[in-house]
Ligand binder design. Structure first.
Ligand code: 6PG
Length: 233
């Protein structure tokens, strides 16, 4: 596991922009699963403003690690957030965007996305292979949309599952652990004071840390990008 700590979200975003620039210089095609929530918004704003030319955007095929079961125009939609903060400001070819169809009933959205990732991605060890999986972490230690109260979803034999937000009850489609851990590289983007306690427990393997889904991510492939607020000094 590698950990990098940044003074600010913007500095973290620039590191990630340089990381993506290198990847798209060295590869003709990159399959990436994006994370959702609010953290990526700032990252995407920096990328759309400062990395328009340096990242070869037409080489990236965009998927999601998880998506809320809402229509694509809903403020809660991770696709909608990405469209507003990234896609609408860059010329990302429509054919390279593979969103979860959150407008469908959740079981249909699940089955559709299972087919999409099985069909559209190369395979390694018999599983869909992402070049990069971007992950966030909730202040309860969830990642993607595998929450602590249903951590068994992480070990599902399926490629993705339906998660349920513990307080809102919102249904979400999420990749499962075996797909996330099959990726070439996994990058956590975690910022903010409210994450610091769980970051400390997980990175320092404190008592019971394995009860958090974020702790189940393959540590050998994980790069944690943190701002100072997310680190207990
Ligand atoms: C989502 C995410 C989720 C997110 C964490 C952190 O759909 O919300 O994919 O796993 O990464 O909840 O969210 P914040 O960045 O908003 O704290």
């Amino acid at each position: 596991m590698e950990t990098k700590i940044f003074y600010s979200k913007e500095q973290l975003a620039r590191f990630f922009g340089d990381y993506l620039s290198s990847l798209t210089q060295e590869n003709d095609q990159i399959n990436i699963a994006l994370s959702g929530g609010s953290t990526p918004e700032t990252i995407f704003d920096v990328l759309s403003q400062e990395y328009r030319e340096t990242i070869k955007w037409d080489r990236i095929r965009f998927f999601w690690g998880d998506e809320r079961c809402v229509p694509p125009g809903d403020p809660e939609s991770n696709f909608n957030m990405t469209h507003q903060h990234l896609f609408s400001l860059l010329s990302v070819p429509e054919k390279n965007i593979f969103r979860v169809k959150g407008e469908l009933p959740s079981q249909e959205a699940l089955e559709d996305y299972r087919e999409v990732i099985a069909k559209e991605l190369p395979s390694k060890e018999g599983l869909p292979l992402f070049d990069v999986v971007l992950l966030g972490m909730g202040d309860d230690g969830h990642t993607a949309s595998v929450f602590p109260h249903e951590i068994d979803l992480w070990d599902s034999s399926e490629l993705c599952e339906i998660g349920t937000h513990p307080t809102s009850g919102q249904k979400r489609i999420t990749l499962t652990g075996k797909v996330i851990n099959n990726a070439r590289e996994i990058v956590f983007l975690v910022t903010g004071k409210n994450k610091a306690e769980k970051v400390d427990e997980i990175l320092n393997e404190k008592e019971d840390y394995q009860k958090y889904p974020a702790a189940r991510v393959n540590r050998d492939k994980s790069l944690w990008l943190l701002d100072q607020e997310a680190v207990i000094s």
